[in-house]
Design a binder for this molecule. Structure first.
Ligand SMILES: Cc1cc2nc3c(=O)[nH]c(=O)nc-3n(C[C@H](O)[C@H](O)[C@H](O)COP(=O)(O)OP(=O)(O)OC[C@H]3O[C@@H](n4cnc5c(N)ncnc54)[C@H](O)[C@@H]3O)c2cc1C
Length: 431
């Protein structure tokens, strides 16, 4: 491919590179030229969309790529729990689109897509612009299902933040934690599967405990869970006991954790048919989720999420539209930034090849997820996936989780890798 050696590619891709290794390795030089007249519009400049825009230009420099994103800056959800714990600032999780535009030649439009016409292949924005596309990539993230239980609506999110889209919500929750008196109760309601970032709520509890331990040691954290088990559970619980004693209490769905109603005015959750109530000083209700609103409005979902051809990420409902990231149904891959980044490269390669009249390749992808229990104690899970029999499936024997009972030096090393992962993935997406 033009101006892009295999060595540079490996350097640029870093740890998130498994996806494109397969795709790029086989893309012949002619692809870029053949695809140069294409116009690809990317909706959403988050983990998936920004990667897709950048890699479309890398794979096919002469292609016109337009990225539409309403916000001038993007706050990564990864790292937002560290802000809640007081060991990172909002500046540390802020990304911009300058490099995409200035260095990679992506046309960045600061606007919101309000309508997509899959038959005419047009998108319309809130600013009143309508543009044609040859292929469309959608990575609009998630929307919240506030109608799942009674007593709480989206309008309550300022008093009862979800903090599951980073930015102002992160600031609100941090301020509430700071204002909470010592001896107060922080109640988190965690959603059932599938949802964005399976370890996210439990890393959050860890980081809040880290903050309480220093500033408000008599306080308590209760996690009300709409499921029976959670990601890296043994490792989290081992770390909680080791560092925080009994400060964190986790309640499984069958033991009263399944919240059936919220009394928003009184910051109280109701479960067990009304028999169990938890009164919070700070309530963090993380609602169940769907694909991003624009994906739902465009009819790309079957139920709550968008089915795709898992070899290319092209929608199985609307041809010519590729759905990646949290909105997509991606086989065994979890909804994570790392997954979105890998999926974006698969979709970008598939689009470039398709516009050049070439068959898609069978992609390999990966996911890694680090979680901090303290700033010096991290745990991780990693997996490798391949496309088999029409689905993305885990590769047996590849990946794994941190060992139980590991010495402090191993946990500390993983905490260093956590920061390294953040620096690597954000450079790969927005750098
Ligand atoms: C607390 C927490 C911790 C996490 N930690 C990790 C972690 O350690 N590792 C990890 O890999 N993942 C982590 N994640 C998950 C990760 O943040 C998401 O999975 C990832 O960002 C999904 O990427 P996406 O592109 O699908 O959506 P997003 O990154 O949310 O991007 C969606 C973008 O689309 C834009 N958009 C929406 N609608 C429109 C529209 N109509 N027009 C134009 N633009 C639109 C939005 O403004 C947004 O910028 C974490 C998540 C949370 C909540």
């Amino acid at each position: 491919m033009n101006n892009f050696s295999r060595r540079n590619f490996l350097k640029a891709v870093g740890i998130g590179g498994a996806a494109t290794l397969a795709s790029f390795g086989c893309a012949p030089n002619g692809v870029a030229t053949a695809a140069r007249n294409g116009h690809v519009v990317v909706v959403g400049g988050g983990s998936g969309g920004a990667t897709a825009a950048k890699y479309l230009k890398r794979f096919s420099p002469e292609m016109t790529v337009t990225l539409i994103e309403p916000n001038a800056t993007y706050y990564t959800c990864y790292g937002s729990n560290w802000v809640l714990g007081g060991n990172a600032e909002m500046d540390d999780i802020t990304q911009t689109y300058d490099a995409l535009q200035d260095r990679h030649g992506v046309k960045v439009v600061q606007d919101s897509v309000t309508e997509i016409d899959p038959a005419r292949r047009t998108v319309t924005t809130a600013g009143g612009e309508t543009m044609n596309y040859d292929r469309l990539v959608m990575s609009p993230g998630i929307e919240f299902r506030y109608d799942a239980i009674p007593g709480i609506t989206a309008a309550d999110a300022e008093r009862i933040p979800h903090a599951y889209k980073a930015g102002e919500q992160t600031r609100i929750l941090r301020r509430q934690l700071e204002a909470m008196p010592d001896g107060g109760v922080f109640v988190m309601v965690a959603p059932g599967d599938p949802f964005r970032c399976p370890p996210g709520p439990y890393e959050r509890a860890s980081m809040v405990a880290h903050y309480f331990q220093r500033e408000k040691p008599r306080s308590k954290i209760i996690i009300l869970d709409n499921k029976e088990a959670f990601s890296k559970q043994g490792l989290f619980m081992e770390g909680w006991e080791q560092h925080y004693g009994d400060m964190i209490e986790w309640v499984a769905s069958s033991r009263g954790g399944q919240v059936e109603e919220v009394d928003a005015a009184n910051l109280t959750t109701i479960s067990d048919g009304g028999f169990t109530e938890f009164k919070a000083d700070v309530l963090n209700y993380i609602p169940p989720q769907t694909a991003g609103k624009i994906a739902m409005d465009t009819g790309l979902a079957d139920g709550f999420w968008c089915p795709v051809n898992q070899q290319t990420f092209e929608s199985t409902i609307h041809p010519g539209i590729y759905v990646i990231g949290d909105s997509a149904v991606a086989g065994a891959m979890p909804k994570s930034g790392h997954s979105a980044n890998n999926q974006a490269k698969v979709a970008a390669a598939a689009i470039v090849r398709e516009l050049a009249g070439l068959e898609p390749l069978a992609p390999s992808t990966a996911n890694t997820c680090y979680s901090l229990i303290t700033p010096d104690h991290a745990i991780s899970v990693a997996a490798v996936y391949s496309y088999q029999d029409g689905e993305i499936a885990g590769v047996e024997g590849a990946g794994g989780v941190s060992p139980m009972g590991a010495p402090a030096s191993v946990r500390q090393q993983e905490a260093l890798y956590t920061q390294g992962w953040y620096d690597g993935i954000t450079a790969d997406i927005w750098g």
